[in-house]
Design a protein around this ligand. Structure first.
Ligand code: VGL
Ligand code: ZN
Length: 178
């Protein structure tokens, strides 16, 4: 049983430059994420990829008074992964209900149960955006009792100041920033 999992958060087209809700320089961590995916596969870790997977009328969209432009709509090119995932990767779709927002990969999903069932004790996290979905996922990982590591060189935030605050908050919560 794998003791470790790599959780790749929301590495999707709409979060990259040119997408609907771009993370500045988000594309600069694609290669690093791909390298981590390979390295973790080679050491027998479970590979998990979360994806933002919104219905057309999601509550977080501006049309409904939410903070974000329409992004990562289910089964559209903007929702596609930009990283290379193995065939046996666990794909976790989140924020799939019209009236519920979910930044964390653990929120409203089976992720915690899947990790526990597979014997995972430690999780390593990379992806976007640091101060939103990466942060929420890492905080929930700690809450669920996983030893939690953040791969600093393979995350990217929307605003550098907010990203710094998020990293400090994560460290206070017990996340080890590598
Ligand atoms: C995210 C804003 C809206 C993220 C998702 O993946 O960090 N941010 N939806
Ligand atoms: Zn979203």
């Amino acid at each position: 049983m794998p003791e470790e999992a790599l959780i790749v958060v929301d590495m999707q087209r709409d979060f990259m430059p040119g997408g609907a809700l771009p993370v500045p320089d988000g594309d600069r961590i694609i290669t690093r994420c791909n390298r981590y995916i390979k390295a973790f596969m080679e050491r027998g870790a479970l590979i998990v990829a979360t994806r933002d997977w919104h219905p057309e009328n999601h509550i977080s969209f501006r049309e409904r008074g939410g903070p974000w432009p329409k992004h990562c709509v289910q089964n559209t090119p903007g929702a596609e992964f930009v990283v290379e995932l193995p065939a046996d990767a666990v794909i976790i779709s989140k924020a799939t209900e019209p009236d519920k927002e979910a930044y964390s990969g653990f929120e409203g999903t089976e992720l915690a149960e899947i990790l526990k069932k597979r014997g995972v004790k430690r999780v390593y996290i990379c992806g976007v955006a640091t101060e939103y979905c990466v942060k929420a996922t890492a905080l929930d990982a700690v809450k669920h009792g996983f030893e939690t590591y953040l791969l600093r060189d393979a995350v990217k935030g929307i605003k550098p100041e907010d990203e710094e605050l998020a990293l400090r908050e994560l460290e206070s919560a017990g996340v080890k920033v590598l």
